[in-house]
Design a protein around this ligand. Structure first.
Ligand code: HEM
Length: 232
């Protein structure tokens, strides 16, 4: 940092990005998934006998099912951030992918690109992930109901679980790396809906206080970006 010049303030914008439906679905799915992943691993390892892991596995499938059902409804019904179009690999989003890849390949040493709601690299993966979670939940129901060839359904369920756990591992590493590198409070944004946008320093003057300017935007009334009026 140049110590000779007075520090210029950044502009920090707080923008409502995530509608409540996306946030609720996210945490229902995440909570259910973590228990399903743990109990699924215990069941497969065969190390622990007793009914508890199987019972908790079935119990945790309810929040996951509820979250996936809500998310799929939002995918279809939401006009903006929650809708499937926000996850589709559009030309704009694909153009941002090399920048994200460079960031990951530098292990977070390069600057983290900026984005509005979904990370452009992850957006299409999120779409596939949501559909794969729905398929996994469906396989679970098929197993519980005893439909189909048990061994075959079980093998598909176990195989898909490995893919889902791997994606979750990458998701967690990516989210933590984004937080460490850019400090944009993305995880808390998934809780309250507001993301931090930190813009480059403004022209500082003697009168400008040496601290960030914080501006808070309410959701836009025309529903074109943040989910629209009334969509919280
Ligand atoms: C437990 C720790 C977790 C944390 C801290 C976390 C955090 C986040 C954050 C910050 C985002 C926004 C990323 C972006 O800017 O694109 C996000 C999105 C997402 N996360 Fe997670 N996540 C967690 C677990 C999970 C799990 C277990 C799943 C699924 C099994 C999951 C599925 C998703 C999906 C599908 C999105 C996209 C949002 C949407 O459109 O629904 N997350 N997560």
């Amino acid at each position: 940092m140049d110590t000779m010049r007075p520090m210029k303030p950044n502009s920090i914008f707080l923008v409502k990005v995530w509608p409540a439906s996306v946030r609720v679905a996210h945490w229902l799915v995440a909570g259910g998934f973590l228990v399903l992943m743990t109990t699924g691993w215990i069941l497969r390892s065969g190390r622990y006998l007793g009914e508890a892991p199987a019972d908790f596995h079935v119990l945790a499938s309810y929040p996951l099912l509820a979250g996936v059902a809500l998310r799929i409804w939002v995918l279809v019904a939401h006009p903006a951030v929650g809708g499937w179009r926000a996850l589709w690999p559009s030309a704009d989003r694909l153009r941002a992918v090399p920048e994200m890849l460079k960031f990951y390949l530098s292990f977070g040493r390069l600057d983290l690109p900026r984005w509005f709601a979904h990370n452009p690299f992850w957006a299409p993966i999120y779409l596939l992930w949501i559909l794969a979670l729905a398929a996994q939940a469906g396989l679970g129901v098929v197993l519980l109901q005893g439909w189909g060839e048990d061994a075959v359904v079980r093998a598909w369920h176990a195989g898909l679980a490995e893919v889902l756990v791997a994606v979750f591992g990458f998701h967690l590493v990516a989210v933590v790396l984004h937080e460490l590198r850019a400090r944009r409070c993305d995880v808390s944004a998934m809780i309250h809906g507001w993301r931090v946008f930190d813009l480059p320093p403004l022209e500082g003057t003697e009168q400008t206080p040496p601290k960030a300017r914080v501006v808070r935007f309410e959701p836009r009334a025309d529903s074109s970006r943040a989910g629209g009026k009334g969509r919280k």
